[in-house]
Design a protein around this ligand. Structure first.
Ligand code: ANZ
Ligand code: ZN
Length: 810
């Protein structure tokens, strides 16, 4: 009976069917009256090609797309290339090929790899963010924002990477370093373009709570904390013997009687204003000079010791009790948050406590624990509690006190309630070549003028040298015949904007373009948009939780506001892919030599084995290590299914196979339920268990085999199609119908279990055969009958005899 491996000829089968499916344009069929839009985060085509880790998410979406098609949905499952940006440009610079050429070459390699996997993309909708016909619309969106004041120029200090020679958004930093090259970032004042994402902060936050918003909690939480909304009070503290005052922002106005000093950030303008009054000016200036060289991240997170210098001769007045307190500059206060100055309450804020201890400042407790006396001797008492040492507010709890004190400050014109966000506006210009040109011109007379929509796209000029310049200017600035233009408004001499967009621009809206990729009149046709949006399922890496996914939601909401799209959110369900690490447990990287190329696995075991293996590796969102010997297991599983064709018996419902019919129905139900919930690994193991059962049954009917391979086809389409044909079915298995299960087969055999209390029979319950003690206990404890007999007595012991009785000893 044993058949050899050669008979299941993977290479032959796989290339045969891949060719046929493409010829038959099987992925271009949009049939079915319910739609399902299934989207992958599209790759940026790097020079090193795809490794097995990159494929995990793509395999999953391919499985779901096939599943939904078999269920009768019309499925949109497209793919494209995110090809602008620093990585592509740096690769081109290093290898001395123009990015346009290297991107095209890399795309070819990627496409070849994806094709080999048998993915069911509709390649007729392929997009590439670097094609002028695509980025024309990226520029169009920018212009709409510009018209509405959401895209504007700014001169605020920004993150500058001295090695990449460009400014970066906060989102592009990792632990305060450039996420691309790891360089230390410096703060520089450079003219740049900014998008007002903060206008959308509240909606980006609140819409996360929508009941239809089916995202994993961990990703939502990352967005919430990135947006970082906080509600507090902003109020002014007068500077003694001066006209000046210093605004502070606090989320704990209930602690206002505990202020013992005030701290301003090194960048705060008050230092300059009070210059003449500061006695130790020299010491202060020395401190400010040193502070310049630290990044915000270092100041906030890395320094253990809170440094600062007192402004001798300066005092601030607490408006609630007229107490005078000293003023410090200290770099633990950031210029960019709140007002850049804080009221310091060392008794209730640990940072202030540390600072106060180092500078021997008084610590005054004003909140205590309502039950146990709280002490502030060894550290700050940070939680809410009951007020003390706070005049007429003594005895109120923190929450109440905040409301009352805030109201009093508001009435007295001293301060007001204020909402702050950690999220900053999106720094949107890069001083680099390989990006979408920002479509505006600078005219001496008219100022900044948007390029007329009819002149879009503003194409990136062909250049010899696209190296970043040292001058804080994009290399485009040197191409004078591109730069010098006529002002579209007055016809006078004007210059093009030479900054380009960041690599996140195209990906902020690309998913819309797949729906209508060739439209030259509009970004997307309105009917088609309504037909397909929102994206039903979006799958990609968790590293995009706060960047791409926040930017795209922002752009989408903007497009919604201007009527270009009909939904306020782009992505309904989001799943993140767990990473596949190398066999050594490290991230797959050339540097570690632990990269597995899918082609090697494919030539040894076949595509289907690779697909099954990756989905069998563990729960989808978990990080796992690659294990090359594990692929053999997947291959053996397929070999067994291949062998099963020799055990097909006549279709008659023989007794022998009723048991198998039951198992098959349960398998169908399980896989049907598992797939949309991304439980691929348990689906596969259920199929393996089913195979064991076919072994003990000795045969399988034709109908059972047919249904089994339809289930299999979503995971391993090539072998399934081959078996489909061998066993005499017509048409392609890809156009088959997903098997249904019958309820009558699902019911498990039941037994009556006697429920006893202290050995006395009280009643019986029906349970599935072989239920565990836990299952029975759970069922019985929920039963009112038991409550009647227990009469509130405590259960001391439970005795369970499988399939017979459960006894509660009280
Ligand atoms: C007094 C106080 C007392 C505070 C207390 C906390 C506890 P979030 O939630 O992050 O908004 N803060 C305000 N501006 C700051 C700045 N520019 N740099 C550093 N820290 C700043 O935190 C707001 C709290 O962070 C504010 O409330 C302020 O300290 C501090 F028992 O004010 B608090
Ligand atoms: Zn002009």
């Amino acid at each position: 009976m044993k058949k050899s491996y050669q008979e299941y000829k993977t290479q032959e089968i796989e290339s045969k069917w891949q060719k046929k499916w493409v010829e038959d344009r099987i992925y271009q069929k949009y049939e079915g009256n319910k739609k399902c839009y299934i989207l992958d985060m599209f790759p940026y085509p790097s020079g090193s090609g795809l490794h097995v880790g990159h494929l995990k998410g793509y395999i999953a979406t391919d499985i779901i797309s096939r599943f939904k098609r078999l269920q009768g949905y019309k499925v949109l499952h497209p793919m494209g290339w995110d090809a602008f940006g620093l990585p592509a440009e740096n690769y081109a610079l290093k290898n001395k090929i123009h990015p346009k050429i290297s991107v095209a070459e890399n795309i070819k390699v990627f496409r070849g790899q994806l094709d080999k996997m048998g993915f069911s993309y509709d390649w007729e909708r392929e997009i590439n963010t670097t094609n002028p016909s695509f980025y024309r619309w990226t520029q169009w969106i920018f212009l709409q924002m510009f018209k509405r004041g959401l895209a504007f120029e700014s001169n605020e200090p920004v993150n500058w990477c001295p090695s990449c020679k460009t400014v970066l958004a906060n989102e592009d930093l990792e632990n305060g370093l450039c996420e691309r090259c790891g360089s230390r970032i410096i703060q520089k004042r450079i003219r740049q373009w900014v998008l007002k994402i903060t206008d959308y902060a509240d909606r980006l936050l609140y819409d996360l709570e929508d009941k239809d918003f089916d995202w994993e909690e961990i990703i939502k939480e990352q967005q919430r904390s990135w947006i970082g909304r906080s509600e507090g009070v902003e109020f002014k503290m007068k500077v003694d013997r001066s006209e000046e005052s210093i605004g502070v922002y606090t989320t704990r106005i209930d602690t206002v009687f505990g202020i013992t000093y005030l701290v301003v950030s090194p960048e705060h303008p008050i230092v300059e204003k009070l210059r003449d009054k500061i006695i130790n000016l020299k010491e202060v200036e020395e401190y400010l000079e040193k502070a310049k060289y630290k990044t915000e991240f270092e100041r906030e997170n890395l320094q253990k010791i809170k440094t600062g210098v007192r402004l001798e001769g300066i005092q601030a007045i607490n408006p609630l009790n007229d107490e005078k307190v000293p003023v410090f500059v200290g770099d633990y206060v950031l210029a960019s948050y709140g007002t850049g100055a804080i009221m310091a309450v060392p008794a209730h804020d640990q940072r202030d406590f540390d600072f106060a201890t180092a500078h021997k400042l008084p610590i005054k407790q004003v909140v205590t624990d309502p039950v146990n006396q709280a002490s502030v001797e060894t550290g700050a008492y940070e939680p809410d509690g009951v007020l003390m040492n706070s005049a007429e507010y003594d005895g109120l709890d923190s929450q109440e006190a905040r409301v009352k004190i805030a109201a009093r400050m508001k009435e007295g014109g001293l301060g007001e309630i204020k909402v702050n966000y950690k999220m900053r506006d999106w720094v949107f210009s890069r001083q680099r070549y390989w990006g979408e040109p920002i479509p505006v011109v600078h005219c001496q007379k008219c100022g900044v003028v948007g390029v007329p929509e009819s002149d879009l796209p503003v194409e990136l000029p062909q250049v010899e040298s696209y190296k970043p310049s040292d001058s804080e200017e994009s290399p485009l600035a040197k191409i004078s015949d591109w730069v010098n233009v006529q002002c579209p408004k007055c016809g006078g001499p004007a210059k093009r904007e030479t900054n380009t967009m960041p690599q996140w621009a195209g990906s902020s809206w690309y998913y819309l373009r797949y729906i209508d990729p060739d439209n030259s009149e509009a970004l997307i046709d309105k009917d088609k948009e309504r037909e397909w949006m929102p994206v039903d399922l979006y799958v990609g890496g968790a590293e995009h939780a706060t960047r791409h996914l926040l930017y795209a939601r922002f752009w989408h909401k903007f497009l919604f506001d201007i009527g270009a799209v009909s939904t306020s959110e782009p992505f309904k369900k989001l799943m993140h892919v767990g990473l596949i690490y190398g066999e050594d447990g490290r991230k797959m990287s050339k540097r570690w030599g632990n990269v597995t190329n899918p082609n090697e696995v494919i030539s040894q075991f076949g595509v289907d084995s690779l697909r099954v293996y990756e989905m069998f590796l563990g729960p989808f969102s978990q990080n796992v290590n690659w294990n090359s010997s594990g692929v053999i297991g997947a291959r053996r599983f397929l070999d067994r299914i291949w062998m099963l064709q020799t055990k097909i018996a006549a279709d008659a419902e023989s007794d022998k196979n009723t048991k198998l019919e039951k198992s098959l129905n349960r398998l169908i139900k399980k896989i049907t339920d598992d797939l949309w919930n991304f439980r691929f690994n348990t689906s596969i193991s259920a199929m393996m268990i089913f195979l064991n059962e076919t072994d003990s049954a000795g045969s399988i009917t034709g109908s059972q085999f047919r249904r089994l391979i339809i289930l299999l086809s979503v995971f391993a389409p090539h072998i399934a199609e081959e078996l489909w044909q061998i066993t005499g079915n017509t048409g392609s298995i890809l156009s088959a119908v997903w098997p249904a299960y019958e309820e009558k087969y699902l019911a498990y055999d039941e037994v009556s279990i006697a429920v006893q209390v202290n050995g006395k029979l009280r009643f019986t319950v029906k349970m599935p055969t072989d239920s565990t003690e836990e299952e029975v206990r759970e069922k019985v404890l929920a039963d009112e009958c038991l409550e009647k007999h227990l009469k509130g007595r405590e259960i001391k012991r439970v005795v369970y005899i499988k399939n017979r009785l459960i006894n509660f000893v009280v």
